[in-house]
Design a protein around this ligand. Structure first.
Ligand SMILES: [Fe+2]
Length: 345
């Protein structure tokens, strides 16, 4: 197991790089923009391949590294379904699994610090974002924060985990790096309350100044989506209605880049083939699924959840010499909004 806790001293943010083995797929949680060069260097040194970049919530105190990591590694950006960020490639809900090769985490929706805060449970450890900190809890006074929700998230969800579960938060301002559920239940001063109302009073009495970076970070973190205009300008994008016109044609193959869990949860476009995005390079290589389809004279129409992975796939296909490849702008989300037919698996 490769597990690295990385620190940004400007915003006191912890980011986590995780992989099962050298040479394998990696994911990073809560990367900071200014540290992206450092992450990429480490990923290279450890011989990893970054496949997913995940934010626990829209951060107010630093600019997220998600967009920069996607642009430089073509990884999949991931956030919770409640996030108001413009475009992320993959959105997860409570009960979903966040996975890369050999690594799987349970997604726990833990609102309160913000209404888009999620925690990720991986075996003996939980990444709590700013929901539960070491001897503290994330403030609840902006970004639709709510102390009542936070109480429910902490007492109703996180503190239900086994006492020995390790807590890895998104921040620490005192130099602590890790805690446990049992330790926080016993010693976290904010959790020594007898009722939700008492917790609400504690949180509402904090009167904290806004983070220095807030006016910069929040707007930047709401606009992290890939710019897809260039793909459209080159004629490589279909609107959902245009895609419906060519569905079923024998010279067209619809290729779904989403993961099996997304296909099962949201449904698929009838007749589409599954080629999950992390395996794209193999599918485009000679002998791969997409190369074979294109070689047989089929025009490839990629789609994913929101059009981000498929936009990157069109570019990769073009680079691999598959020049007729297209994608559905806005992805399956746009397809559904346009009342495209959805087949349930
Ligand atoms: Fe936060």
């Amino acid at each position: 197991m490769i597990f690295r806790q990385l620190f940004d001293s400007v915003s006191s943010t912890y980011s986590y790089l995780i992989a099962r083995r050298a040479g394998g797929e990696a994911l990073i949680i809560d990367p900071v923009l200014e540290r992206v060069d450092r992450y990429l260097q480490l990923i290279d040194e450890l011989d990893l391949r970054l496949v997913k970049a995940v934010d626990t919530h829209v951060h107010a105190d630093h600019v997220s590294g998600l967009g920069a990591l996607r642009d430089r590694t073509h990884c999949t950006t991931v956030m919770g379904e409640k996030s108001r960020a413009d475009v992320v490639a993959m959105r997860l809900a409570d009960g979903d699994r966040l996975a890369v090769e050999g690594v799987a985490m349970d997604v726990i929706y833990t609102p309160g610090h913000t209404d888009d805060s999620y925690s990720f449970l991986m075996g003996d450890r939980v990444f709590t974002g700013d929901t539960l900190l070491i001897r503290g809890t994330g403030r609840t006074d902006f970004q639709n924060g709510d102390p009542r929700d936070q109480y429910a998230s902490i007492f109703g969800r996180l503190l239900k985990l086994p006492d020995e579960t390790l807590i890895f938060p998104a921040h620490d301002y005192k130099g602590d790096t890790v805690s446990t559920i049992g330790e926080e239940r016993a010693f976290n001063p904010r959790l020594q309350v007898k009722s939700v109302d008492e917790y609400v009073d504690v949180m509402n009495a904090l009167k904290l100044p806004n983070p220095k970076m807030m006016d910069v970070a929040v707007p930047a973190n709401m606009r992290i989506g890939l710019h897809q205009d260039e793909i459209a300008r080159r004629g490589w994008a279909l609107g959902a209605h245009e895609a419906m016109q060519v569905l079923g044609r024998t010279d067209v193959a619809f290729v779904d880049l989403r993961e099996p869990s997304e296909r099962a949860r949201h449904g698929v476009i009838a007749g589409s083939l599954s080629a999950p995005y992390p395996d794209l390079a193999a599918h485009l290589a000679p002998g791969g699924l997409i190369a074979e389809l294109a070689g047989a004279g089929k025009r490839i129409v990629f789609y994913c959840a929101f059009g981000e992975r498929s936009a990157m796939a069109v570019q990769a296909a073009q680079d691999a010499g598959i020049v007729s490849a297209l994608h559905i702008a806005g992805g399956f989300n746009a397809w559904k909004k346009a009342n495209g037919q959805v087949e349930r698996l």
